[in-house]
Write a protein that binds this ligand. Structure first.
Ligand SMILES: [Fe+2]
Ligand SMILES: [Fe+2]
Length: 194
């Protein structure tokens, strides 16, 4: 397998990831209680649409089709975000959960674009490096804006009282069971290490 083929697979992953975000970001924008945060998600949705188009033009340059890879990583990250959204409360603590989810999506994209850019540079595909860098810079800026907006939201969330815990849903119980399995599987390796 050539590096160019790996790069094309990675780009298809990014294309799928961005398309998934076009569907996910409106839910975050609608869910956010804080107006600044909601506006940020809306603005980044607009940018994300542009990023999909940039990736499309990259595939045109390469004479390759953009589809072919579903990004399971982004699907998982978005799923974590839906868990945060499901809580559906009207407080700053809820927004704090959305911020955690949104930062995960941005950093997942940042890692993806950085990998693609490094590969494209290595195989001298300078024409696509420019477009990929534009997408990367938007992701970096989005992560920074979310972090900036989080400061007041987290402060506000810190003053909110603790809520009575609701009974666990089936999904939460499953998640709890899996987390214990993660711990058990790792335990032997950790003991050996120590
Ligand atoms: Fe993006
Ligand atoms: Fe993004």
């Amino acid at each position: 397998m050539s590096l160019k083929e790996v790069l094309i697979d990675e780009l298809r992953d990014m294309y799928s990831a961005e398309n998934q975000l076009v569907t996910a970001l409106p839910k975050l924008a609608k869910g956010a209680n804080d107006a600044t945060l909601a506006k940020l998600f809306e603005d980044h949705l607009e940018e994300t649409r542009g990023q999909v188009l940039r990736l499309k033009s990259i595939f045109q340059t390469l004479d390759e089709k953009p589809t072919g890879e579903h990004c399971g990583g982004m699907e998982g990250v978005i799923e974590e975000g839906s868990d945060a959204l499901e809580k559906g409360t009207e407080d700053a603590s809820f927004d704090a959960g959305l911020i955690g989810a949104a930062l995960r999506t941005e950093h997942y994209e940042i890692a993806g674009y950085q990998a693609c850019i490094a590969m494209a540079k290595t195989v001298n595909m300078t024409d696509i490096v420019e477009l990929l860098t534009q997408n990367l810079n938007e992701e970096l800026a989005a992560a920074e804006k979310i972090t900036a907006a989080s400061r007041t939201i987290l402060k506000q969330a810190a003053s909110e009282p603790e809520q009575d815990t609701e009974p666990k849903t089936g999904k939460e119980k499953y998640s709890e069971k899996k987390s214990k399995e993660d711990e058990t599987k790792a335990a032997a390796g950790i003991r050996k290490h120590g």
